[in-house]
Design a protein around this ligand. Structure first.
Ligand SMILES: NC(=O)C1=CN([C@@H]2O[C@H](COP(=O)(O)OP(=O)(O)OC[C@H]3O[C@@H](n4cnc5c(N)ncnc54)[C@H](O)[C@@H]3O)[C@@H](O)[C@H]2O)[C@@H](O)CC1
Ligand SMILES: Nc1ncnc2c1ncn2[C@@H]1O[C@H](COP(=O)(O)OP(=O)(O)O)[C@@H](O)[C@H]1O
Ligand SMILES: [K+]
Length: 484
C-alpha cells in the first residue's frame, strides 16, 4: 500500500530529523534525488538547458541545489528568481559556484529554449492560488519546449486536497520528497502532477499511519484469491443482481457479466430484464420475480438501469431490509437519496457508488476536496462511499480512504459503471470487507480498462471480456509504479 500524506504530516515527520541532523541535510537528500531524476529524464546533463523557477522558500532551495548539481555536470542552468532578496542564500551561492546563471522574471529566463523546467516556486508552503507574477511565469514555461518537472508538488496545487485555485504548474513529472502527498493523486492535482517519483529522504520511521492510501497491484492480488481444492460453487460467494428493465436490459447484462467474470461461485439475477440476462449469460440463475424469489445470496448489487418508479423503490427497500452486504448504484442511489434512513438504519455493510451528479443528490456538491467529500457522506450515512472519477475515491466512516491509481479516460463511456458494480458485488459476496471490496474492484476495473484500451476505443462489454486476463495478470504479479 502506498501511504498518501498531508502537508502537516510531512512537516511533523521532518521535524525530529531537522532537529537531530546537520543543518540542510534533508534538503541535500531532496535535491540529490531531484537531480538524479532530472538526469534520467534528460539522458545526459552536458549541453542541456535547464531553467529553474525559484520562489522564496525551501522549495526554491531544492530547485537551486538540484540546479547546481546539474550545472556541475555541464548543464546550462538559469535560475529565475521570483523574489531575489529572499531566494535561498546557500542554494543560490551553490548554483553560482557551479556556473549557473541568475535572472529575474523579466530577464533572460531561457524558457523559450529550455530542455527542462524545474518548478521550485512553491511546495508545502504554498497558500491559495498562485500570485500573478508566479502564474505568469508558469504560463510562459508551459508555452516553451522544456520538459515540465515539479519540485515536491506542482506550484498552485493544494497538497492535501489537490484543489487548484486559479493556475498551477502543469507538470509532466513530479519529484516528491519523503511521502506521496494526497493532492498529487486526486482531483485537479492529479491532472497537474504527471508521473510521480518518490524520493526517500528518511521519513519512513516518523510518518504517521496514513489516513489515505493507494492499493498496488500486489495488494489487490492478495485480495483476489483463486479457488482451491476445498472450494465449491457456494463457498466462493453467491452474488445477487437487481438491475436493468425489460426495455433496457443492457445494464443488467453488463453488471451480471462483470459479476460472473470476477468468478464468484454463482450469480443470481432477479428483475424484469430476465430474458435478456438469460440469453446473454446462461451461467446465471435468473428469475423475473423479486429479490426474495432469487434464492440465497451473500451480497446484493442493486440499481443499474432499474428505473426509479414505485416498484423499483419497493425492491430497493426490500434488499436494504436484509442483513446482507448491499451495493447501491445508479437508480438505487436516486431512490435512497430521497430516503437516506434506509441506509443509516442498516447494520450490515452498504456501499454506494455515485458519480458526481449522483453524489450531489445527497445534498452537497463534491467540490474540490474529493476525499473530504467522500468521507463526509460516508460518515453521514454510516456506509462506504465509492466516488467515481478519474481517480475514484473509496471512503468508509472509519479507517483509511482509498484513492484509486488505475484506469484510463477511455472508461468515460456508458455502461462502465455497471461493470464496476458487478465486480464489486462479486468481491463483497466473496467476503472482503466492504471498503476493501470497493477499492479492489476500482483497481481491477481500471486495469481492465487499460488492457481494453490497448486495442483502441473501448466499450463497456470490452471490460467484461478482458476481466479474466486482467485477473490473471494481477495474480501473476507485476511491477506497477507510482504514477499509473
Ligand atoms: N522542511 C524541510 O526540511 C524540507 C523542506 N523541503 C522543501 O521545502 C518545501 C517547503 O518549504 P517552505 O516551507 O519554505 O515553503 P515553500 O517553499 O513551499 O513556499 C514558501 C514561499 O512561497 C511563497 N508563496 C506562498 N504561497 C504563494 C502563492 N500562492 N503564490 C506565490 N508564492 C507563494 C511564500 O511567500 C514563500 O516565499 C517543501 O515543499 C520541500 O520542497 C525539502 O527540502 C525537504 C526538507
Ligand atoms: N476521465 C476518466 N478517467 C478515468 N475513469 C473514468 C473517467 N470518467 C469516468 N471514468 C470511470 O468510468 C466509470 C463510469 O461510471 P458511470 O458514470 O456510473 O457510468 P454508467 O452509469 O454509464 O455505467 C467509473 O468507474 C469512472 O470512475
Ligand atoms: K513546486
Amino acid at each position: 500500500m502506498i501511504g498518501l500524506h498531508t502537508a502537516d504530516e510531512v512537516r511533523a515527520a521532518e521535524a525530529p530529523l531537522l532537529a537531530a541532523g546537520p543543518e540542510g541535510a534533508l534538503m541535500q537528500r531532496a535535491a540529490t534525488g531531484l537531480a538524479t531524476v532530472c538526469l534520467r529524464l534528460l539522458g545526459r546533463a552536458h549541453g542541456t538547458r535547464v531553467t529553474a523557477l525559484v520562489g522564496a522558500g525551501d522549495n526554491g532551495g531544492d530547485a537551486l541545489f538540484a540546479g547546481a548539481q546539474l550545472a556541475a555536470r555541464g548543464a546550462r542552468v538559469t535560475a529565475v528568481l521570483l523574489d531575489p532578496d529572499r531566494a535561498h542564500p546557500a542554494g543560490l551561492a551553490r548554483l553560482r559556484r557551479a556556473g549557473g546563471r541568475v535572472a529575474g522574471p523579466d530577464g533572460p529566463t531561457g524558457l523559450d529554449r529550455a530542455d527542462l523546467v524545474l518548478d521550485g516556486i512553491t511546495g508545502l508552503g504554498g497558500r491559495g492560488g498562485l500570485r500573478p507574477e508566479a502564474a505568469a511565469l508558469v504560463v510562459r514555461a508551459a508555452a516553451g519546449p522544456g520538459l515540465m518537472v515539479a519540485v515536491d508538488l506542482p506550484s498552485g496545487v493544494d497538497p492535501d486536497t489537490g484543489a487548484v485555485a486559479g493556475r498551477a504548474f502543469p507538470a509532466q513529472h513530479t519529484v516528491t520528497f519523503g511521502a506521496v502527498k494526497a493532492g498529487l493523486v486526486v482531483g485537479e492535482g492529479r491532472q497537474h502532477a504527471g508521473q510521480v517519483h518518490l524520493v526517500d529522504i528518511g521519513l519512513a520511521g516518523t510518518l504517521p499511519r496514513p489516513r489515505a492510501v493507494r492499493l498496488t497491484d500486489d495488494d489487490v492480488a492478495a485480495r483476489l484469491e483463486p479457488p482451491t481444492d476445498a472450494d465449491d460453487k457456494y463457498s466462493r460467494g453467491v452474488v445477487g443482481i437487481v438491475a436493468g428493465s425489460a426495455t433496457y436490459p443492457g445494464a443488467a447484462v453488463l453488471c451480471t457479466g462483470a459479476a460472473l467474470r470476477t468468478r464468484p461461485g454463482l450469480v443470481r439475477y432477479a428483475g424484469t430484464a430476465a430474458a435478456g440476462v438469460r440469453a446473454a449469460w446462461p451461467e446465471a440463475i435468473v428469475t423475473e420475480g423479486r429479490p426474495s424469489d432469487a434464492g440465497r445470496v451473500q451480497a446484493w448489487v442493486v440499481g443499474p438501469g432499474m428505473g426509479t418508479d414505485d416498484g423499483a423503490a419497493d425492491v430497493v427497500a426490500e434488499v436494504l431490509a436484509t442483513d446482507l452486504p448491499v451495493l447501491l448504484d445508479a437508480d438505487a442511489l436516486t431512490l435512497v437519496a430521497r430516503r437516506p434512513d434506509l441506509v443509516r438504519d442498516r447494520t450490515a455493510p452498504t456501499v454506494l457508488t455515485p458519480h458526481d451528479r449522483e453524489f450531489a443528490r445527497f445534498g452537497q456538491d463534491v467540490g474540490a476536496d474529493r476525499i473530504g467529500a467522500a468521507r463526509r457522506l460516508a460518515a453521514d450515512l454510516g456506509a462506504v462511499v465509492l466516488l467515481k472519477g478519474a481517480a475514484t475515491i473509496v471512503a468508509a466512516p472509519d479507517g483509511p480512504a482509498f484513492v484509486n491509481g488505475t484506469g484510463t479516460p477511455e472508461l468515460a463511456t456508458a455502461g462502465t459503471g455497471d461493470v464496476l458494480s458487478g465486480i464489486a458485488g462479486a468481491l463483497l459476496a466473496a467476503g472482503l470487507p466492504a471498503a476493501e471490496a470497493a477499492a479492489t474492484a476500482a483497481h481491477v476495473h481500471g486495469r481492465a480498462g487499460q488492457l481494453a484500451a490497448e486495442g483502441g476505443p473501448l466499450i463497456a462489454g470490452d471490460l467484461v471480456r478482458r476481466l479474466p486476463r486482467t485477473l490473471a495478470r494481477l495474480r501473476r504479479g507485476s511491477g506497477a509504479g507510482l504514477g499509473d
